[in-house]
Design a protein around this ligand. Structure first.
Ligand SMILES: N[C@@H](CCC(=O)N[C@@H](CS)C(=O)NCC(=O)O)C(=O)O
Length: 213
């Protein structure tokens, strides 16, 4: 298996966590987003989306979209499960995951931030305000969902799931952009609990082979 990844890419970070939770070995192929390598012909020939993560199976099938990749891994390597056994539980885990993957992350993606600055002539301050705003709105909503359910060790239940694969990278990004993370007690407790696990530690940016301080 191969994972085309960038150490700072939170969508790639999600997949790295899932691979580690499942104990799957993979080849790490770095794609330097800062240098625009995702747009170069060599990588663009592999995926029209020009995004990481790009996942390649042992028989050369390529998959895009972190959530689809993680669900593929969960179906092909069911233990430990990253989605609950019950339909309501699965719906909740997917909903919480999508607060991050669909409501926060796409608004703050590199190409969106670049468009704000280069095409719409938005100042750096306004761009950072935009970033912080959407992180805060999404995480407040995430926290409210957690708060309305009985206490649990992870975002859903007693073992890490798809939603934790999404949450942890989002918090790393929020910290990097100095976002306000106060008043999110359940969310931050889950983050800290996850970060005690090796699967999460080994997936974090500073543990990646292409890491740059
Ligand atoms: N929805 C996609 C998002 C992928 C994505 O946004 N990847 C970012 C890095 S986190 C990327 O490659 N950005 C390149 C760019 O914006 O040019 C997923 O979940 O995989």
């Amino acid at each position: 298996m191969k994972l085309y990844s960038y150490f700072r890419s939170s969508a790639s970070f999600r997949v790295r966590i899932a691979l580690n939770l499942k104990g799957l070995a993979y080849e790490y192929v770095p794609v330097h987003l800062g240098k625009g390598e995702q747009k170069k012909a060599e990588f663009a020939a592999l995926t029209s989306e020009k995004f990481v993560p790009l996942f390649e199976t042992d028989n050369g099938r390529r998959l895009t979209q972190s959530m689809a990749i993680i669900e593929y891994l969960d179906e092909t390597h069911p233990e430990p499960a990253l989605l609950p056994a019950d339909s309501l539980g699965r719906a909740r885990v997917r909903a919480l995951s999508q607060i991050i993957a669909c409501e926060i992350h796409p608004l703050n993606n590199l190409r969106v931030l670049k468009y704000l600055v280069h095409d719409l002539a938005v100042s750096d301050d306004a761009k950072n305000g935009w970033y912080k705003h959407w992180v805060r709105v999404g995480l407040e909503s995430f926290e409210a969902h957690l708060a309305e359910a009985p206490a649990s060790t992870y975002s859903h239940g007693e073992s890490p799931s798809l939603v934790d694969c999404c949450l942890v990278p989002q918090i790393f990004n929020a910290q990097r952009f100095d976002c306000d993370l106060t008043g999110l007690p359940r969310t931050m407790k889950v983050f800290e609990t996850c970060m005690k696990l090796e699967a999460f530690q080994k997936a974090e940016p500073s543990a990646c082979p292409d890491y740059e301080a």
